[in-house]
Ligand binder design. Structure first.
Ligand code: GUN
Length: 299
C-alpha cells in the first residue's frame, strides 16, 4: 500500500516533485523569450542498466521542462583522458549550462579528477570541491540534488520548522549523507551522522525527529528504530527479488513497520527518487541564470 492518497503518513515525493517540475517549466518559459534555453549535459560511461534508466528519465524530463538535453554515452572502456576531453568541450560550450557525470565511473577513471575538471559554475551536482566548500560555509553554490530534494520535502512537510530538531543521517557518502548532514545543520538541526561502525545504531536512530536512511541496505531500519512521530526519509533504492521471483525496488527502511510509528515516511519508489530529478532540473535552471547574470526565478 504505497498510494499516498490512501494514508496521510505516506509522504508523496512523486506528487511534490511533479509540482516542483511544473514550477521549473514555468521558470524556463520566462527565460526562453530572453534567448536563454537552459541546457543540461548528462554523461554516462558504461552500460550499467540502472544508470541507463536514470539517464533516459533525466533526458526525457529535461526536454519536457522546455530545456535542452545533451546526452553523451561512452563505452565502459573509455579512458580518463577521453572523458576529460569531453568535459573540456562541455565546459567551453555556451549552450551547455549544467554538466552531470553519472557516478559510479569505471575503475580505470579517477572520479575525483573528473569531478575536479567540471567548471564549478556548470557543476549541477555540486560535487566539485569548490561547491562542497561553499555548501559547508553557506555561500551560494550548487547543492547536490538528492540532499536538496530531501530538504525541500522536509521543509514542505514540517512547514519549515526544522530548527532544534534531532536529525540522524544514516550513511556518510559524498553524494547524500555528508551534504545532507550539512544542509540539516544549516537548517539549525542537531545532526548525527551514523554509519556501519556506529555503536548502538538502533538507539541512535530512536533519538531522531528526522531520520534519513541512505545506506543501500534493504530494510536495515526496523520499526523499533523509529521514534513515534518522527519523519522518515528513505533514500535507499535497492533491487531485490520478490516472493514471485521478480525484481522489485525497496528502500533501506521497513516501510510497513515505519508507517505504524512515523508521522511521515517516504515510499520507495515514489519518494525521494523523483525529487532528485526535479532538483536536477531546478539546479540546471539556477546555473543557467547565474551564467547570464540573471536572478533565478522562484521555483
Ligand atoms: N549516481 C547516483 N546518484 C547520483 C547523483 O546524484 N549524481 C551523479 N552524478 N551520479 C549519481
Amino acid at each position: 500500500m504505497t498510494d499516498p492518497m490512501a494514508n496521510p503518513r505516506i509522504i508523496d515525493g512523486k506528487g511534490f516533485a511533479a509540482e516542483l517540475t511544473a514550477r521549473v517549466a514555468t521558470a524556463v518559459a520566462t527565460l526562453v523569450p530572453l534567448g536563454l534555453v537552459p541546457g543540461l549535459a548528462v554523461v554516462l560511461v558504461g552500460e550499467d542498466t540502472a544508470s541507463q534508466i536514470y539517464v533516459r528519465n533525466k533526458a526525457r524530463q529535461t526536454v519536457a521542462a522546455g530545456m535542452r538535453s545533451f546526452e553523451h554515452r561512452l563505452p565502459a572502456e573509455t579512458s580518463e583522458r577521453d572523458l576529460l576531453a569531453l568535459i573540456a568541450r562541455l565546459n567551453g560550450d555556451p549552450g551547455v549550462h549544467a554538466i552531470l557525470v553519472q557516478l559510479p565511473l569505471p575503475p580505470q577513471i579517477d572520479s575525483e579528477a573528473i569531478l575536479m575538471a567540471i567548471d564549478p559554475a556548470k557543476d549541477v551536482d555540486g560535487f566539485h570541491p569548490i561547491n562542497v566548500g561553499r555548501l559547508v560555509t553557506g555561500a551560494a553554490g550548487s547543492v547536490p540534488c538528492t540532499p536538496l530534494g530531501c530538504m525541500l520535502l522536509l521543509e514542505h512537510r514540517l512547514g519549515g520548522a526544522l530548527a532544534g530538531l534531532e536529525a540522524v543521517v544514516l550513511g556518510r557518502s559524498n553524494i547524500v549523507g555528508k551534504p545532507l548532514a550539512t544542509l540539516l545543520l544549516r537548517a539549525h538541526c542537531t545532526v548525527t551522522i551514523a554509519h556501519s561502525r556506529t555503536r548502538e545504531l538502533a538507539g541512535v536512530c530512536r533519538r531522531a525527529d528526522i531520520l534519513v536512511a541512505a545506506t543501500g541496505r534493504p530494510g536495515l531500519v526496523r520499526g523499533d528504530w523509529i521514534k513515534p512521530g518522527a519523519t522518515v526519509l528513505d533514500v535507499g533504492i535497492n533491487r531485490i527479488e520478490g516472493p514471485d521471483g521478480k525484481a522489485r525496488l525497496v528502500g533501506d527502511v521497513d516501510f510497513e513497520a515505519a508507517l505504524k510509528l512515523a508521522a511521515g515516511v517516504t515510499p520507495v519508489p515514489g519518494g525521494i527518487g523523483p525529487m532528485t530529478i526535479a532538483c536536477l532540473l531546478r539546479n540546471a535552471v539556477t546555473l543557467a541564470c547565474r551564467q547570464h547574470g540573471l536572478a533565478p526565478p522562484a521555483m
